[in-house]
Design a protein around this ligand. Structure first.
Ligand SMILES: Cc1ncc(COP(=O)(O)O)c(C=O)c1O
Length: 398
């Protein structure tokens, strides 16, 4: 008997990382030592005090039951999020109605589209983007409208260039700064402009993904869109995660904050699908947010050193790349000599010839063509080796 995936799944773009993974495995089976800078999967350990809290809480019977939205352990986490937002951004949140725990922000982003998009509803998604921003729309059966982002506009969506008819029909807009994959950053002026633009659009939901707020360098401070006056009067939510700031990617915990109405619909959608997050994880995450933050500083310093090693290395071999002010990604234009190759072909060349895995730009949407993304998830020594190997490939192809 033949089985067929649902049409909405078949509408999803080819998952390029699957192809890269296959190439990686093939190279590994040939004995190649792979330096994997493909996926943004943090390589460093979760700080000890957070793991200790998880172990302590996991032993308690009351934490082994189903999670309920406003029980004591859940409120500890939600209050910790509210405290963190107050201290970090001077933004006040009601822990009961303006904070929603998520099984990672990816889960929340995907379910936001499911919660709100009908089959003929348009979602505006800047492109390139973190893939679930557009894949969530496709899986929900909505209509995806890609807003092109290019180096010329510093990888920012030009919202005012969108036609008023299109914007009137749109129900959802995603933005995300500091940005994955381009590492572009936005200051508070950018968010003020978005809020101003959105004020006369009562049917539009704005979702800001702030996954990399803590991974910032050279004095840059990443703002929350909720800092903007009037932001809380809009249908606006912000996604956040503990995956990056505290190396908790495998733990699966994030949260959304902002508009009560939007969060209530997202919570309703989730309530038909999941039972929340293991309480011990929520309590350990609360510890992460309210405990000592020097672990975050140390992490950022590690990424800063890696960034400098990688950028200086690439520039020294003639591959010109700008130093990002945030995230642990380097978004690199394919060197001119290889401009005839697609980003997938160039990424394939790097795996096969250098044993270095990078993410092809088109993995983040069609406007990622011409670029590859390095994730700085190996140590400085390995990054130096990666640069040496890439140098050899660039030279041999002369
Ligand atoms: C922009 C962005 N949002 C969300 C996520 C996913 O985070 P989480 O682990 O909370 O699902 C990532 C992970 O790479 C990301 O880059």
């Amino acid at each position: 008997m033949s089985i067929h995936e649902a049409n909405r799944m078949r509408r999803l773009p080819l998952y390029l990382f699957t192809i890269i993974d296959e190439l990686k495995e093939k190279a590994r089976s040939r004995g190649v030592d792979i330096i994997d800078l493909g996926m943004g999967n943090p390589d460093l350990p979760t700080p000890k005090h957070i793991v200790d809290e998880l172990c302590k809480q996991a032993r308690l019977t009351e934490n082994q039951r189903y999670s309920r939205p406003n029980d004591k352990p859940e409120m500890v986490f939600k209050e910790a999020v509210a405290t963190w937002y107050r201290e970090r951004f001077d933004v006040e949140l009601d822990p009961v109605s303006e904070v929603l725990p998520l099984i990672g922000s990816k889960e929340g982003v995907a379910h936001l589209s499911l919660a709100f998009l009908n089959h003929d509803d348009i979602a505006l998604v800047p492109n390139p983007a973190y893939p679930v921003h557009f894949n969530g729309v496709i899986m929900a059966g909505g209509i995806l409208y890609n807003i092109p982002m290019t180096a010329e506009n510093q990888f920012k969506p030009d919202l005012r260039s969108l036609s008023p008819e299109l914007v009137r029909m749109a129900k959802l807009l995603f933005i995300s700064y500091p940005h994955n994959p381009t590492s572009s950053v936005a200051d508070i002026e950018f968010f003020r402009d978005v809020v101003e633009w959105a004020k006369d659009k009562p049917n539009l939901i704005i979702a800001h993904d702030l996954a990399y707020s803590d991974i910032v360098y050279d004095g840059f401070k990443a703002p929350s869109i909720l800092e903007v006056e009037g932001a809380k009067d809009l249908n606006l939510i912000e996604f956040h995660t503990l995956s990056k700031s505290y190396n908790m990617a495998g733990w699966r915990i994030g949260y959304a904050v902002g508009s009560k109405n939007v969060l209530a619909s997202l919570a309703k959608t989730k309530s038909y699908i999941d039972f929340g997050i293991f309480r011990a994880i929520q309590l350990a995450a609360a510890k992460a947010l309210t405990g000592p933050q020097d672990c975050v500083k140390q992490l950022v310093e590690t990424y800063r050193k890696r960034r400098d090693v990688m950028i200086d290395g690439l520039n020294s071999i003639g591959w010109e790349v700008d130093k990002p002010k945030a995230t642990f990604y380097i978004w690199a234009h394919i060197p001119p000599k290889f401009s005839a190759l697609t980003s997938m072909e160039f990424a394939t060349l790097l795996v096969e010839e250098a044993g270095v895995v990078v993410a092809p730009g088109t993995g983040f949407g069609e406007y990622g063509e011409g670029y590859v993304r390095f994730a700085l998830v190996e140590d400085e020594k390995r990054l130096k080796i990666a640069v040496e190997r890439i140098n050899k490939v660039l030279k041999t192809e002369d």
